[in-house]
Design a protein around this ligand. Structure first.
Ligand SMILES: *Cc1c(COP(=O)(O)O)cnc(C)c1O
Length: 480
């Protein structure tokens, strides 16, 4: 279906920068002989509709600092406006939101226990489950294998210790479901269910069944920390972590999907090294790293209080995450990028093509027909290079068969020396070959900064306003 859609589309995009990269690799076979960096897939990173996911207390806090229309304009002044919020009011906001979440969670748990016919003793105990003064971690998702929902459970004994530390306790709210036919996912749900039922962690871990949007809404509005551990680069974008931003939750996440471009020091934490790893043992490495970060960095940061009882470094992270990341990963920014970068150009191209009874569209069809029929007859003749001081003078003969000279572009192509765009020089038509039909001479001058071997002549289709190679995949490389 993706191939069909691609062949029928005027523009194709992934939903995060990394997803764009991965998609160019996956779909490269649709563009044979084209360099990876020219596979015509761009990206627009997803964003969430912030007003749908902020709590009413978050809305009040934001409205006080940034006004009611904060998500409707350019959002340029958000960081500055948000700096008016004091540490004290941010921390009070945190206390309120966690308290609200915990009363919701206790109700869910007692409902679950009642419907499972648990003893009334156990149901009564629920009131004592969880504590608003404790660091509250949320972990909720579809239990699919690639999301590695058991990474945190890798060493259960070590997790026990993190949760039940007397000075610096941690509590965990888990939710998630698996596809009915996903045996691996269902086994992972069972693993967490079993873990959360053990007396060692009673009151510190709850597993909530029936993960859905309503439950997700409560979780993202209340937690201190949101954990996400997909196997890079499998998460196309991931959006649940974006939902905690506006509500003052911090992310601890794999450098995958959106977090690979969102993570910045002092606004959350990153798992992994930003690379892909084939070896199975890498899961162990990351599980270890995850626990170590909680033990050595994250939990201490939360409990490091000043004489007013405020964890200043934690609050500073809340502030950066809220004011710097929320606008960036909002639907406002996303829709703007789609409209300006993709939809409007596509609409304008469409309008040009259908004007005057589809004049341009029918020329475009003829052009594609001619390429299909004659492309294989294109061939190169002589190639000469003269060096004059600091420039190369490149001359190339091309025999066009029945293809119109204006229907193609002759280029010199060199790969980027870094990670940037390739270096492309368009060759100009400077003469014809005497005694040949449709034989042309093309020339270009290139600064002699790099060895001439870096540059390869090539011919690609050309039609004003046409997306190459999305709409015409031909390419011919000069072979030495
Ligand atoms: C946001 C959301 C998701 C998507 O979360 P990801 O991080 O992209 O996996 C899935 N389910 C529910 C109920 C959600 O609210």
């Amino acid at each position: 279906m993706a191939v069909l859609a691609t062949r029928c589309s005027g523009v194709v995009n992934g939903v995060s920068r990394l997803h764009g990269e991965v998609s160019r690799r996956i779909f490269q076979p649709l563009y044979p002989r084209w360099p990876l960096c020219e596979v015509p897939i761009t990206h627009v990173t997803n964003g969430i509709h912030v007003p749908s996911w902020d709590s009413s207390s978050a809305d009040a806090l934001w409205t006080g600092a940034c006004g009611k229309d904060r998500w409707l304009s350019t959002m340029d002044t958000i960081v500055e406006d948000f700096s008016l919020v004091t540490d004290e009011s941010l921390w009070r906001f945190r206390m309120d939101k966690v308290t609200a979440l915990l009363s919701y969670v206790r109700e869910c748990v007692s409902g679950q226990l009642l419907s499972a016919h648990a003893s009334s003793e156990l149901v009564d105990q629920c009131v004592q489950f969880l504590d608003p003064n404790v660091l509250t971690i949320g972990f909720a998702r579809r239990f699919a294998g690639y999301k590695r929902p058991n990474l945190l459970l890798h060493d259960p004994g070590r997790l026990d210790k993190i949760l039940s530390n007397h000075q610096r306790p941690v509590q965990l709210i888990i939710a998630g479901k698996a596809h009915p036919r996903d045996e691996e996912g269902k086994a992972l749900v069972r693993e967490w269910w079993k873990y959360s039922g053990r007396p060692e962690v009673r009151g510190r871990v709850v597993f909530l069944s029936d993960y859905d949007m309503a439950l997700a809404e409560h979780l993202v509005q209340g937690v201190d920390l949101w954990i996400n551990t997909p196997r890079r680069p499998w998460e196309a974008c991931g959006t649940s972590g974006m939902k905690v931003l506006v509500n003052g939750g911090l992310n601890l996440s794999e450098l995958d999907g959106w977090w690979a471009e969102a993570f910045q020091q002092g606004a959350g934490w990153a798992v992994g090294d930003g690379q892909e790893h084939e070896e199975v043992s890498w899961d162990n490495t990351e599980a270890e790293q995850l626990c170590r970060m909680l033990e050595e960095e994250i939990v201490p940061c939360f409990y490091d209080r000043d004489d007013k009882g405020i964890p200043r470094a934690w609050v500073a992270s809340m502030r950066s995450s809220m004011s710097e990341l929320t606008p960036q990963f909002s639907a406002n920014r996303m829709v703007r990028e789609y409209v300006d970068g993709l939809y409007c150009p596509a609409l304008n191209a469409y309008r040009r093509r259908i004007a005057n009874n589809c004049q341009e569209a029918s020329l475009l069809c003829d052009w594609r027909g001619s390429l299909a029929q004659h492309w294989h007859n294109l061939r190169f003749g002589n190639l000469t290079v003269d060096r004059k001081d600091e420039i190369y003078l490149v001359k190339l003969t091309v025999y066009m068969d029945d293809i119109d000279q204006g229907a193609v572009q002759v280029q010199l192509y060199a790969e980027s020396e870094g990670n940037g765009s390739p270096e492309i020089h368009i060759m100009e038509l400077t003469g014809t070959v005497e005694g040949a039909i449709n034989g042309y001479v093309y020339s270009a001058t290139v600064p002699a900064r790099r060895p001439i071997q870096d540059y390869t002549p090539r011919i690609i289709p050309h039609f004003d306003g046409c997306q190459v190679p999305l709409e015409a995949v031909n390419i011919l490389w000069h072979e030495p």
